[in-house]
Design a binder for this molecule. Structure first.
Ligand code: HEC
Ligand SMILES: [Cu+2]
Length: 354
């Protein structure tokens, strides 16, 4: 079908296509069947001068049941098939590489945890699950990579990130579109994703990011913005953030929330929305003081001092998954002292082979 559809460049692209082609086939089948029958009966039962007018048919339970029940079963089948693919696409794997995406009139901005930043261009390795953590600086955009069969709206708002994932299966360069009308130059909001072999990706990664990893820069921001004066002070007025990422937090309302990217985003932009149990609502809002990209750096930093990365890396090894060929640089907390219990230390870095 390559003459009709874009490359199938992700693990779920063939599944999406199969469902799509099934729907097209089903539609064609019933269209031909029904219009064929209409045409045939037109001719066969056309009015003749010699034939008497037939008696009207009262109805047929069997026929009517059949044309209700059969389409019903077909619809349920389509629903189940679609739901299976949907669940696969929207269940974010825990062992994915993060790419941070910011949509803005009219460009796509990308950040890699290692620190590389790109505009309208994105480099990722083949055969690895990639998690896209997405926010918009202004209006709704929609992140669309047709070759991955992946499309997701990015809705503005202080309290959430949109995440999707994909695992590219072939190297090459593929289109990125914005597929939600977002103003005058919407049609120009175009980019390219380059899927590279592990080796090329490693080479690409090592070629840049003079300013340090996202977590490094997040750590610097943590000091610069004064987060550190509250969150590292010892008086117990503010929760310490070490080891927080990925854990459940108790709120004053008695509810529990998962400390993830969206929760941290909300904590920084709308600190009053959820108050941690045992603390006073004294944290000021940083809305307007941090850019979307800086916020993502802060999150990368909080993530780097949290236990989750160690957990997911361990899980990947346990499940027998191949150890990522791309070595992640060690996360350094420049200027900020991080004291972690031994169990929460980062796993030993894979040494990069020359
Ligand atoms: C004036 C002191 C103060 C400053 C400055 C401050 N915070 Fe907070 N922060 C708090 C307090 C107190 C809480 C707990 C109460 C609450 O939930 O609002 C909190 C909660 C949080 C939480 C939720 C923590 C948890 O345990 O669930 C995060 C994340 C956070 N802050 C991040 C930041 C970041 C990032 C900055 C800097 C941009 C910052 N804070 C600046 C006082 C502060
Ligand atoms: Cu757009």
């Amino acid at each position: 079908m390559s003459w009709m559809l874009p490359d199938q460049a992700s693990t779920y692209a063939p599944e999406v296509d199969n469902l799509y082609l099934f729907l097209v086939g089903l539609t064609v089948f019933f269209t031909v069947l029904i219009s064929g029958a209409i045409l045939y009966f037109f001719v066969k039962y056309r009015r003749h001068p010699n034939t008497p007018t037939p008696k009207p048919i009262e109805g047929s339970i069997i026929l009517e049941s059949a044309w209700s029940i059969i389409p019903f079963i077909i619809c349920l089948f389509i629903f189940a098939w679609g739901a299976k693919i949907y669940l696969e696409q929207y269940t974010i794997p825990s062992d994915a590489l993060d790419v941070y995406v910011v949509g803005k009139q009219w460009m796509w901005k990308f950040q890699h945890p290692e620190g590389q930043r790109e505009i309208n261009e994105l480099h990722i390795p083949v055969g690895r699950k990639i998690r896209f953590v997405m926010a918009t600086e202004d209006v709704i955009h929609s992140f669309f990579i047709p070759a991955f069969r992946m499309k997701e709206d990015i809705v503005p708002g202080p309290n959430r990130y949109t995440t999707v994932w994909a695992e590219p299966t072939m190297t090459g360069t593929f289109h990125i579109f914005c597929s939600e009308y977002c103003g005058t130059s919407h049609s120009g909001m175009i980019g390219w994703v380059t899927v590279m072999s592990d080796k090329d990706y490693e080479a690409w990664l090592s070629g840049g990011a003079a300013e340090g990893s996202m977590a490094d820069r997040g750590a610097a921001l943590f000091t610069q913005l004064g987060c550190v004066t509250c969150h590292r002070a010892a008086q117990g007025l503010c929760p310490h953030l070490e080891g927080k990422y990925g854990t459940m937090e108790s709120l004053t309302t008695g509810q529990k929330v998962l400390v993830d990217d969206s929760y941290i985003r909300e904590s920084v932009l709308l600190p009053l929305a959820k108050i941690v149990a045992g603390y006073q609502p004294i944290m000021p809002s940083f809305q307007g003081q941090v850019s979307e990209e800086q916020l993502q750096m802060l999150i990368a930093y909080i993530k780097s001092i949290g236990p989750t990365q160690a957990v997911s890396a361990g899980a990947a090894v346990k499940s027998g998954a191949p150890v990522p060929a791309v070595a992640r640089p060690p996360i350094m907390n420049s200027g900020v002292n991080t004291i972690l219990p031994p169990s929460e230390k980062q796993p030993p870095e894979q040494t990069q082979k020359p």
